[in-house]
Design a protein around this ligand. Structure first.
Ligand code: ADP
Length: 269
């Protein structure tokens, strides 16, 4: 579904060449949730921008559903991009448009007729639990509700992949949990593959099947969530694990395991 093969990305700045991403490999199968964790400047945003085709990597290849996208001409690139939805920390909602229109406008721009737009807006507002807020404006919503609108807007374009760029980092812990529950529901019920980036281990522990730890542009450790949580090897991974409270960590080790498709996911209690 998403394959990054030996991806590197360099930027040329006044102070010289910055290698934001160095020789990174990512392989996300359909229906999985993968998470990239790292401190600020680790290269996470650049990596995810290579997946959603906003950046072309300097080296390496990006495959979306088996199609190599790095050398696609613009019209085909746009088509490939339609398979990918994106949510951000800042929501990016239109302040002067209602909740309904925030979801409807991008669909209209994509050429869907009024009836199809209505069907999709209503369907995805129901999935994110905001049917009763369709006439509200963004400034009448909480942060969590704004993020739900942003998620509905991304889903309404019926992507196969959802990318999340620090989508919960502006939210309080309780709201973060409810958004992560929503992402899990979207993954299970709609079968959408998710790749998220975060600097918070709590986000990773709640929903990810597989984890990549990034530092200075490199993936310094990657593993399925269970192995990473129980047998971390890299000091940076251990540092991140120490940010989870002891109570959660010990309950992680004795938590139930449940199998979703080919992957085993940790459930923390
Ligand atoms: P993260 O998302 O983990 O905080 P980024 O991918 O944003 O990391 O940045 C990784 C490195 O690349 C940083 O050193 C950053 O300053 C640099 N970088 C990112 N984008 C650009 C750009 N457009 N021009 C120059 N340097 C950049």
């Amino acid at each position: 579904m998403i394959v990054l093969e030996n991806i590197s990305k360099e930027f040329h700045s006044k102070s010289g060449i910055v290698k934001a991403v160095s020789d990174v490999n990512v392989h996300v199968k359909k229906g999985e949730i993968h998470g990239v964790i790292g401190y600020s400047g680790a290269g996470k945003s650049t990596l995810i921008r290579c997946v959603n085709l906003l950046e072309r990597p300097t080296e390496g290849k990006v495959y979306i559903n088996g199609v190599e996208t790095t050398s696609l001409p613009l019209p085909k690139l746009r088509k490939a991009r339609n398979k990918i939805g994106m949510i951000f920390q800042g929501f990016n909602l239109l302040k002067t448009a209602t909740v309904y229109d925030n979801i409807a406008i991008p669909l209209k721009l994509l050429g869907y007729d009024k009836e199809e737009v209505k069907i999709r807006v209503e369907k995805y507002l129901e999935i994110v639990g905001l049917t009763d807020k369709h006439k509200n404006y963004p400034n009448q919503l909480s942060g969590g509700q704004k993020q739900r609108v942003a998620i509905a807007r991304a889903l309404a374009q019926e992507p196969e992949i959802l990318l999340s760029d620090e989508a919960t980092s502006a939210l309080d812990p309780e709201t973060t949990d409810s958004i992560l529950d929503l992402l899990l529901k979207i993954n299970k019920e709609l079968g959408i593959t998710i790749l998220l980036i975060t600097h918070e281990m709590n986000v990773i522990q709640k929903i990810c099947d597989h984890v990549y730890v990034m530092e200075n542009g490199h993936v310094v450790e990657q593993n399925n969530a269970i192995q990473l949580f129980t047998k971390p090897t890299h000091p940076t991974t251990k540092k991140f694990l120490n940010t989870i409270s002891q109570r959660n960590l010990s309950s992680a080790l004795i938590s139930q395991l449940h199998v979703t498709g080919s992957v085993t996911r940790l459930t923390f209690v």
